[in-house]
Design a protein around this ligand. Structure first.
Ligand SMILES: CC(C)(COP(=O)(O)OP(=O)(O)OC[C@H]1O[C@@H](n2cnc3c(N)ncnc32)[C@H](O)[C@@H]1OP(=O)(O)O)[C@@H](O)C(=O)NCCC(=O)NCCS
Length: 165
């Protein structure tokens, strides 16, 4: 499914990261079904399962920015806002919040589309994960310098992100 088809099904006031204004900095990083194997003894989806999906989604964005190996160094925030049920289709959006010398902080936003009611889609969790670019020996390495146009875009995204918080 494309961003635009998701967008068409959302109320215009919905703060979905795939809605128009945020399309530039959020990326659909992972789409996954919640399966019976992901449940606890009570039949609820494990929080740890979603945390793992968020890590996978965020690492794809961090590794692209680092142009190589990265490691998760911190999960500085993670909030579960609504339960996920078996069969839900979970979209994980990610964006770069900030970069440092060796670190990349990634915002993640998870949205679930109910199996029983595909038009019902809602944000189920948000998180902030920090990655460090690693060299071949597993030590922190400086992030590659971006071409000027990309650096300008990154700075604008940081500005947008700060003004939203
Ligand atoms: C990643 C690792 C190599 C960094 O080691 P280090 O060189 O001592 O790290 P530093 O203290 O210099 O920090 C590196 C960067 O991470 C940032 N950082 C470290 N801990 C952080 C935290 N808790 N929150 C936010 N940023 C953090 C630092 O600010 C620094 O950023 P900058 O270079 O952009 O300024 C080391 O911590 C490590 O191997 N950790 C285990 C990673 C791992 O296995 N992850 C998977 C866990 S299952």
């Amino acid at each position: 499914m494309t961003h635009s088809s998701i967008k068409e099904q959302l109320p215009s006031s919905h703060p979905h990261p795939a809605s128009g204004q945020n399309l530039r900095d959020w990326q659909l990083a992972l789409r996954v079904f919640a399966a019976p194997a992901d449940t606890n003894l009570d039949g609820d989806i494990f929080g740890g399962w979603l945390l793992a999906q968020a890590d996978i989604a965020a690492v794809s964005i961090a590794a692209a920015r680092a142009q190589g190996r990265v490691a998760t160094v911190a999960i500085n925030a993670f909030q579960f806002q609504a339960p996920i049920r078996i069969g839900d289709l979970v979209d994980l959006y990610a964006r770069i919040d900030r970069t440092g010398k060796t670190s990349i902080t990634i915002d993640v936003s998870a949205w679930a589309r109910r199996a029983s009611k595909p038009e019902a889609i809602r944000e189920v969790a948000t998180g902030k994960l920090v990655f460090v670019a690693l060299d071949d020996d597993g030590r922190a390495r400086p992030l590659p310098v971006l071409p000027e146009s990309c650096a300008e875009m990154e700075s604008q995204q940081r500005h947008l992100s700060l003004s939203r918080n």
